[in-house]
Design a protein around this ligand. Structure first.
Ligand SMILES: [Mg+2]
Length: 196
C-alpha cells in the first residue's frame, strides 16, 4: 500500500497525527448498484437532481433504494471504520461531487449521519475547494486543522483529485487502487494509533 503523504515538514513530521479523514461517496463509501450515481438521473447527467429520498431495504440494512428506484450499497465496513476513527479522535468528513441534500439523506438512510462531523458536497469537480471549505468548518468549531492534517479517500475516476490534494498540501489515497477496504484507512501513515 503506497498512499500519498507529504514529505516531512514542520507541519507534517513522522509524528504528525491525522485530524480529519474526508471520504468520497459514490464508489468509495457506497457502491451504486444500478449504474447511476447518487444524484444522477442518467449515466451522463450534467446537472443531477437534488431532491432524491433514500429508504433502506427491509431485508438488507446495507442497501438503500432511491425514490425513483436505483439501489446503493454501503460498504459493510464503513460503520466500524467511522467508529474507530471517532475513538482515535479523528474527525470524519464526507466530501462529494454531488448535491448535499442527497448526501445527507443517504447517510441518514444508512444510519451514519450522526457519525459524520462535516459534509461538503457541491456539483463540480474542484474537491480542493470543497476540502478548503471543510477545513474552514472544522476550524470554526475550534479544531486546529490545516491541509497537512487531512486526507481524502476517493476513487478519483478521472485521476484529478490526487493532483488537487497535492497542490494544497493535503493527503490523498485512491480507493479501489491503493486500498480496497475502508479498514485500510486506519493503517495509513500519520493516522493516530489505536487507544489501549
Ligand atoms: Mg467517487
Amino acid at each position: 500500500m503506497r498512499c500519498h503523504r507529504l514529505p516531512a515538514t514542520p507541519r507534517n513530521t513522522p509524528d504528525a497525527r491525522m485530524k480529519l479523514v474526508a471520504f468520497d461517496g459514490d464508489h468509495t463509501l457506497w457502491e451504486p448498484l444500478s449504474g447511476l450515481n447518487l444524484s444522477d438521473r442518467t449515466p451522463t447527467d450534467e446537472e443531477g437532481w437534488p431532491h432524491y429520498e433514500y429508504t433502506p431495504l427491509p431485508d438488507d440494512p446495507f442497501v438503500v433504494r432511491r425514490s425513483d428506484g436505483p439501489l446503493f450499497r454501503l460498504r459493510p465496513e464503513a460503520r466500524e471504520v467511522f467508529e474507530e476513527l471517532k475513538r482515535r479522535g479523528v474527525l470524519i468528513g464526507v466530501l462529494s461531487y454531488n448535491h448535499e441534500g442527497n448526501v445527507r439523506r443517504i447517510l441518514r438512510a444508512f444510519g451514519l449521519l450522526d457519525e459524520v462531523d462535516y459534509i461538503v458536497a457541491e456539483w463540480h469537480t474542484n474537491k480542493d475547494q470543497m476540502l478548503a471549505k471543510m477545513i474552514a468548518l472544522a476550524r470554526n468549531d475550534g479544531h486546529p486543522v490545516g491541509a497537512g492534517d487531512i486526507i481524502l479517500i476517493d476513487d478519483d475516476p478521472w485521476d484529478i483529485y490526487r493532483g488537487q490534494c497535492e497542490r494544497m498540501g493535503a493527503g490523498f489515497c485512491r480507493f479501489g487502487v491503493q486500498i480496497h477496504d475502508l479498514r485500510e484507512v486506519l493503517h495509513l501513515p500519520g493516522m493516530p494509533t489505536p487507544l489501549v
